[in-house]
Design a binder for this molecule. Structure first.
Ligand code: ZN
Length: 232
């Protein structure tokens, strides 16, 4: 159903429809129009209209912005068509130490994409994203610490890669994270009493153990033995 919208300059615009799903809570809604502003909406390939909506659900109430574009097919039709919906909230990006970034360049990126999904209510996408982050971290760690394994590690499943980790603390946390990660990916859940928060906690513990082990190694190699007594 077409709607007429008055923008911040009192100009009227005809839009094809309002979004019918809230990008924050994911529920079907009829959003409340808060504000809109058209930028050269008469220009076919450049103009656009932005509309700020609010989710009417009391437990959500989040604002989001939707862009509308003029029809690319021209004619006398000046209806603007719903193009994209964006959440206004920014997501706080999780920072990882330099030693982690050195081990896996991709891990922080994948982890934070999962976090962006989670913080925007996309819980079914976030879980597999965290699992993917774990896989990159473990495999990159194995390759970094044992470059000879590279070709093998690339091919094996996450569970088999974890078995190759020497450090028992890293291995133990990574194993459990992988079990929960699989629950996020598979049809049936095995760990009913655990959730994505537990998965994130375990991934963070893998990160912390790797970080500690690697930083310890750096000192062990820069200070291999005790200085002799005479050098005191
Ligand atoms: Zn909502």
């Amino acid at each position: 159903m077409a709607h007429r919208i008055k923008d911040g300059d009192d100009a009227y615009h005809e839009i094809d429809k309002k979004p019918d799903t809230c990008p924050a809570c994911g529920k079907g809604i009829s959003p409340i129009t808060c504000y809109s502003y058209g930028v050269d909406t008469w220009r076919r390939y450049e103009g656009f209209l932005q509309v700020v909506y609010r989710c009417p659900r009391e437990e959500c109430n989040r604002l989001f912005i939707t862009s509308y574009f003029p029809s690319q097919y021209g004619g006398i039709n000046d209806t603007l068509y719903l193009n994209k919906t964006f959440l206004l909230d920014s997501v706080e990006i999780e920072k990882f130490t330099e030693s982690i970034a050195k081990i896996s360049e991709k891990f922080p990126r994948i982890y934070n994409q999962a976090k962006i999904a989670e913080d925007n209510g996309l819980d079914t996408i976030a879980g597999p994203g965290y699992r993917k982050a774990l896989e990159f971290l473990v495999k990159d760690y194995l390759i970094k610490t044992n470059p000879k394994l590279e070709e093998h590690v690339k091919k094996v499943q996450l569970g088999d890669a974890i078995k190759m980790v020497d450090d028992t603390r890293i291995k133990s946390c990574a194993e459990r994270a992988a079990w929960l990660g699989n629950d996020e990916t598979h049809y049936a859940r095995q760990w009913e009493d655990k959730d994505m928060q537990d998965l994130k906690n375990l991934i963070k513990m893998v990160v912390d153990w790797i970080d500690l082990v690697e930083r310890s190694k750096e000192y062990e190699s820069s200070m291999p033995t005790k200085k002799s007594e005479s050098a005191k």
